[in-house]
Design a protein around this ligand. Structure first.
Ligand code: F6P
Length: 341
């Protein structure tokens, strides 16, 4: 009898419940048992766990958030947490853990694998920065939310003839700003992967004005560092990421653009709204495919890999090859978006 333990780690993203349902339903087909740990690593460390049944995953396909809860926690901050994970893995007679997680999860999963605790990672993050997949669960839903926000902001920006700066999430990568901006018709996109100067953005906004466009929407990724920002003031989390929610790059960029262009600006930080909502069909299908594949891999005795999709096909990448890499935004999409600036 195989027993799978599900752990949700990192920031939540639409489609987590879809993945939980897929893992559970595919497992029941094979008569595997499934346990769900509550609130991510906290549940795994404190053995706060529940048996997943068919009825516990009924009606959750389209539900945002996570029925198991989720947390951002590095068990390697103290050896006693790793010891507790080892004990609970044994106590629950687990075959393997399935992490529904992000880039940091892959790093932790690799360390746990090195310490003898096997797992598989299903990548879920609105940031789309997990190495080993073209798309992570939740990204498509967040892009839809950004595009819809830009649709709404076009109306107010044009009525008031304003310069709107819209800040998206994305950590060190610009996927959300790029795809959201492309889908929503941004007039300029600023992402960490593409060098820029404030002067060239200002010149572009002014050019638009001269051409009769009395408003502009600039989308900026939270991870962008402005040329004159004081990096010594950055706050970092325990995984070494800038705490972008406190940097507010959108506000800084807007005030610099206002100085240079003398246009009235307004800022919209989309923030945590990007993580909510009903998963799109694309995310539901991705989460379902990856959840079912995770169970297939358990049957094959495969572990310590990140699942993903490449050109539409499901692939696996060994932790060893993925844990220290970032999936950065593909700049060919920037060239595409630029045509419409
Ligand atoms: O990783 C997803 C994400 O939403 C990032 O885009 C953002 O920087 C971060 O999480 C915020 O994390 P927290 O929920 O810990 O504030």
């Amino acid at each position: 009898m195989k027993r799978i333990g599900i752990v949700c780690d990192g920031g939540d993203a639409p489609g987590i419940n879809t993945a939980i349902r897929a893992i559970a339903r595919a497992s029941f087909e094979k008569e595997y048992e499934v346990l769900g740990f509550i609130d991510g690593f906290h549940g795994l460390i404190e053995n706060d766990v529940k048996i997943i049944t068919k009825s516990s995953v009924s009606g959750i396909l389209a539900l945002g958030g996570s029925i198991l809860g989720i947390s951002r926690f590095n068990p390697y901050r103290d050896p006693k947490y790793v010891e507790a994970i080892r004990e609970n893995f044994k106590k629950n007679s687990l075959t393997l853990l399935v992490f529904i997680g992000d880039r940091d999860t892959v790093t932790i999963a690799k360390r746990l694998a090195d310490d003898g605790i096997p797992s598989i990672v299903i990548p879920k993050t609105i940031d789309n920065d997990v190495y080993g997949t073209d798309y992570s669960v939740g990204f498509d839903t967040a892009v839809s939310m950004i595009a819809q926000s830009l649709d709404n902001l076009h109306a107010t920006a044009s009525a008031h003839h304003r310069l709107m700066v819209v800040e998206t999430m994305g950590r060190e990568t610009g996927w959300l700003a790029l795809f959201g901006g492309l889908a929503g018709g941004a007039d300029y996109i600023v992402i960490p992967e593409v060098p820029f100067t404030i002067e060239e953005i200002a010149a572009h906004v002014e050019k638009r004005k001269k051409e009769g466009k009395n408003f502009s929407i600039v989308v900026v990724a939270e991870g962008v560092v402005l040329p004159d920002e004081d990096k010594s003031k950055f706050e970092f989390d325990e995984f070494g990421h800038k705490v972008n929610a406190k940097r507010m790059v959108g506000y800084r960029l807007a005030s610099k653009l206002e100085e240079l262009t003398h246009l009235k600006s307004r800022v919209m930080v989309l923030g945590y709204l990007q993580r909510g909502g009903i998963p799109t069909n694309t995310d539901r299908i991705l989460a379902t495919r990856l959840g079912v594949e995770a169970v297939n891999l358990v049957g094959l005795g495969t572990s310590n890999v990140v699942l993903g999709v490449k050109n539409g096909e499901i692939i696996t990448t060994a932790y060893e090859d993925a844990y220290d890499k970032i999936h950065t935004a593909d700049t060919k999409y920037y060239e595409l978006a630029r045509i419409f600036f």
